[in-house]
Design a protein around this ligand. Structure first.
Ligand code: PEP
Ligand code: MN
Length: 361
């Protein structure tokens, strides 16, 4: 073949490429129009029956030289790309994603900022048991200059015969103590119907690990104007965790703190396995503040200090740990809460560490 003939063939190819490009894009525009109609009718966009019909027609009309399997493969790719065109923006970039919002979300709680660069600390008992118990811990928190307190009034327990929490009474105690000591208070809510009521008493609604995929609860928390602390589910992947946060944000509430609290693995040395690498992944993928609960992830008092340091070193915005005036008599999680003396040691060890920004990875 002469060079001239070769050049002509190449020219033909170049022109066919452009025609194919135009045709594919024209096809894409039609698919988008169909997508808009389907969207209005709330129809699911993927239609395998229709895809099969289109493939059959193509194969019937295929005179080669491409084989049937090759034609199927090429058109399947075109169908897939078209389907992606029909997907709405949220699918491509979640509201909680950095893609959607590159700047960090900072949440202000009674003047204290979570996610601003300085680490936050949340301390308090596993469960609210009495005014005196909460007030004793609140005083210790305040004396150390911290601002955030936790305490469960609704306790999701493994056994129905275990202490279930004081309910609204517990929330009232938290509010009273928080007002007296000027603290912001975080407490778990388990029932979507309680979210609005709870918002009158507390500063942050906690959604616990066992409820991370309670979608009605997520939607209820998303519909109010109150920050939410969302804990990672016991067996939730990071993707599921992020999507759970998206449920909240899709309802309009973007004030969400993510909390890694360990996942269930075959390891028995700790109560759960702290997935420390989840922290930088969540920080990278989302714009939300990320905390680490060192109490429930380890279930071991002797690991609270090293895991808290690890959390801050890897970039967590805060650490949560349980403190009880007398853990031995606590009505829940008695083995893992710190007493006030251990609380002192924890703060002495971890706080200076958190201020050494050079420790950040
Ligand atoms: C809690 O923080 O009180 C609690 C029950 O934690 P989790 O939901 O992470 O188990
Ligand atoms: Mn607990």
């Amino acid at each position: 073949m002469s060079n001239k003939e070769m050049d002509q063939l190449r020219e033909q190819l170049d022109s066919l490429n452009l025609q194919l490009l135009n045709l594919i894009n024209e096809r894409g525009r039609i698919v988008q129009k169909i997508g808009e109609v389907k969207g209005k009718q709330s129809q699911y966009r993927y239609d395998p029956v229709r895809e099969r019909e289109m493939l059959n027609t193509l194969i019937e009309n295929n005179d080669g030289p491409f084989e049937r399997s090759t034609i199927e493969h090429i058109f399947k790719e075109i169908f897939k790309a078209s389907l992606e065109l029909q997907e709405d923006d949220h699918r491509k970039a979640l509201l909680v994603s950095r893609k959607k919002k590159p700047e960090d979300t900072v949440i202000t709680l009674k003047g204290h900022q979570v996610g601003s660069g300085e680490p936050s600390f949340v301390f308090g008992p596993c469960a609210v048991e009495s005014y005196e118990q909460v007030a004793t811990v609140a005083k210790a928190i305040k004396d150390k200059g911290f601002k955030l307190m936790r305490g469960g009034a609704y306790k999701p327990r493994t056994s129905p015969y275990d202490f279930q929490g004081l309910g609204e009474e517990g929330l009232k105690i938290l509010k009273q103590v928080a007002d007296e000591y000027d603290l912001a208070v975080i407490s778990e809510i388990v029932n979507p119907a309680d979210v609005e009521m709870a918002a009158k008493y507390i500063d942050v609604i906690q959604i616990g690990a066992r409820n991370m995929q309670n979608f009605e609860l997520l939607k209820a928390a998303g519909a109010i104007d109150k920050p939410v602390l969302l804990k990672r589910g016991l067996a939730a992947t990071i993707e599921e965790f992020i999507n759970a946060a998206e449920y909240i944000m899709s309802q309009g509430n973007g004030n969400i703190i993510l909390c890694e609290r360990g996942i269930r693995t075959y390891e028995k040395a700790t109560r759960n396995t702290l997935d420390i690498s989840a922290v930088p992944i969540l920080k990278k993928e989302t714009h939300l503040p990320v905390m680490v609960d060192v109490t429930h992830s380890t279930g071991r008092r002797d690991l609270l200090i090293p895991t808290a340091k690890a959390a801050l070193a890897i970039g967590a915005d805060g650490v949560m740990a349980e403190v009880h005036p007398d853990p031995a008599v606590a009505l829940s999680d008695s083995a893992q809460q710190m007493d006030l003396k251990q609380f002192d040691e924890f703060v002495k060890e971890v706080q200076p560490f958190s201020q050494q920004s050079g420790m950040r990875i």
